[in-house]
Design a protein around this ligand. Structure first.
Ligand SMILES: NC(=O)c1ccc[n+]([C@@H]2O[C@H](COP(=O)([O-])OP(=O)(O)OC[C@H]3O[C@@H](n4cnc5c(N)ncnc54)[C@H](OP(=O)(O)O)[C@@H]3O)[C@@H](O)[C@H]2O)c1
Length: 301
């Protein structure tokens, strides 16, 4: 199997290079090799590689910047995935594409299901929803995987920002009224590999169906709860200097105004993924502790 990964230097894209390696030849393309802001170049890139699977992990992910760059975000997140999906539709290759909890407005009181109507409340969410629609409309074999609150040992994410701030500041004010599932990039990549393998088998058996799936860690917390767990885990794991601590203060979203409004409820149910592919991610606390362990091992090395 030949697998092309876009967004090779992103959190998920980086991890995919490891997790997909067992399935075949992985060709990981960074922005300079596959620029989604230049969709007109994509058909040639894909046709020259002739992949069996494209995993599109590239995305415009700067949620606040997207408010003033919605056109660019929409090209990268909305239009370009459609071009990639049309290429896979042409050859019958499988397209895996990631989407986000931010396609929802967050007003639902319980976890979102795949069939709940999306209603994004910011530009990033609108651009990602456009991508879902474009991939589906291309009509080829595809899987849309919605995830949330992605973090990992590398890249730009809440965990790494918190660790840096916890080393510097004595008090941090953290939003406590947005709830979701922090999801480890390593686990997203491992689950993706399991899904690609299962999908390949299903396709051989003629049993494959394209579809939309939620893929997040089990459980949920607020950004404040996530920060508290990071502080606790980092202290226990020796990632903070001895005696170093900080006071965490829970605040409302309104006390931390950002250009982009965030949904209050980002919880997404993963039952469909479990039923169809037998894939379920572990609880977010366990995944966080494994990620912190990995970071400590890297720092010690
Ligand atoms: N991060 C989250 O919290 C989150 C939440 C829900 C869903 N998701 C979705 O999950 C997927 C993976 O996200 P992630 O967390 O791995 O994102 P990430 O760490 O921000 O990585 C995104 C990657 O996309 C690349 N990229 C940006 N613009 C590009 C362009 N014009 N052409 C080609 N590549 C471009 C970036 O390249 P550079 O390295 O050159 O900057 C980066 O490598 C995305 O579909 C994202 O929308 C993410």
């Amino acid at each position: 199997m030949k697998l092309v990964v876009t967004g090779a230097n992103g959190q998920v894209g980086w991890e995919l290079q490891r997790s997909l390696a067992a399935l075949g030849e992985v060709i990981a393309l960074d922005r300079s090799q596959c620029d989604l802001s230049r969709p007109e170049l994509l058909p040639d890139v894909i046709r020259s590689l002739k992949p069996d699977v494209i995993v599109n992990a590239a995305a415009y992910t700067a949620v606040d910047d997207a408010e003033r760059e919605e056109e660019l975000a929409t090209i990268v997140n909305g239009f370009a995935p459609g071009v990639l999906a049309r290429e896979t539709a042409r050859t019958g290759a499988l397209m895996i594409h990631y989407s986000t909890d931010y396609v929802f407005d967050g007003c639902k009181a319980s976890p979102y299901m795949e069939d709940d109507p999306p209603c994004p409340i910011n530009a990033y969410g609108r651009s990602k929803l456009a991508g879902e629609i474009a991939v589906r409309q291309a009509g080829g074999p595809h899987l849309l995987l919605r995830t949330s609150w992605v973090y990992g040992a590398r890249g730009r994410n809440f965990l790494r920002t918190m660790l840096a701030l916890l080393r510097e500041r004595d008090e941090l004010r953290i939003v406590a009224d947005q709830v979701g599932a922090p999801t480890w990039a390593t686990e997203i990549a491992q689950a993706t590999a399991a899904v690609v393998e299962a999908a390949a088998h299903q396709r051989t058996e003629g049993q494959f169906e394209s579809g939309l799936y939620h893929l997040t860690a089990a459980g949920a917390t607020s950004w404040y709860g996530f920060a508290a767990a990071i502080l606790e885990g980092a202290t226990r794991g020796g990632l903070l200097a001895a005696g170093r601590s900080a006071r965490l203060v829970p605040i409302a979203s309104e006390e931390y105004p950002r250009p982009a409004t965030r949904p209050k409820n980002s919880r997404m149910a993963g039952d469909r993924m479990r039923a169809r592919f037998g894939v379920a991610l572990q609880g977010w606390e366990k995944a966080l502790s494994l990620c912190l362990e990995e970071m400590r091992a890297c720092e010690a090395a």
